[in-house]
Design a protein around this ligand. Structure first.
Ligand SMILES: [Mg+2]
Length: 178
């Protein structure tokens, strides 16, 4: 079985504070993200993205528009790493076993790609990401405000303080924690 890292998208790979990502040009990666994903991939982790995209149910963007955004994301990462798969949940109000904090997206990807969840990680910036990771049986890493349930908290690491998010520090800590 293989091991993987499931990354939340917004607030982890890209900034979405100023505005929601509804078109490709809205997707601006944080500094160091390409290098962090390359490092994770070189360490033998399959790279996945699991993202709640309730904006689809709310009518802010379409499945097609999201597809274009993710094409742009893959383009920006080409030469650094291959994204194994991207799973998104378009639901917002509708009950869904896929929308985080539920673990459905992670479980679906693990099954499809033969991933050992006990050797894998969920990385996210919200409590709901950590809850989903724990429910799935992953290790977890939290970006931003401390979550005591997480195995790794970005703010407790030695990190580049010039960066809003230092994903390289998180990936290094994951590799050391193996
Ligand atoms: Mg997020």
């Amino acid at each position: 079985m293989k091991k993987g890292i499931f990354f939340d998208r917004d607030g982890v790979l890209n900034d979405n504070v100023k505005k929601h990502v509804n078109k490709p040009e809205d997707l601006v990666l944080y500094e160091g993200v390409t290098e962090a994903l390359k490092e994770a991939s070189s360490a033998g982790y399959k790279i996945f993205i699991v993202t709640n995209q309730g904006g689809i149910e709310l009518g802010h963007l379409t499945h097609e528009a999201l597809g274009k955004i993710h094409e742009c994301l893959r383009d920006q990462l080409s030469g650094y790493c291959e994204i194994e798969d991207i799973e998104y949940c378009p639901d917002f109000k509708k009950p869904s076993k896929y929308r985080k904090p539920e673990a459905g997206m992670i479980l679906k990807l693990a099954e499809k790609h033969n991933i050992d969840l006990s050797q894998s990680w969920m990385v996210g910036d919200r409590d709901t990401d950590i809850t989903a990771g724990i429910k799935a049986g992953c290790n977890t890493a939290k970006i931003g405000a401390i979550d005591e349930r997480a195995n790794i908290n970005e703010l407790m690491l030695e990190r580049n303080k010039e960066r809003k998010v230092d994903l390289e520090a998180v990936v290094s800590a994951i590799i050391i924690a193996e």
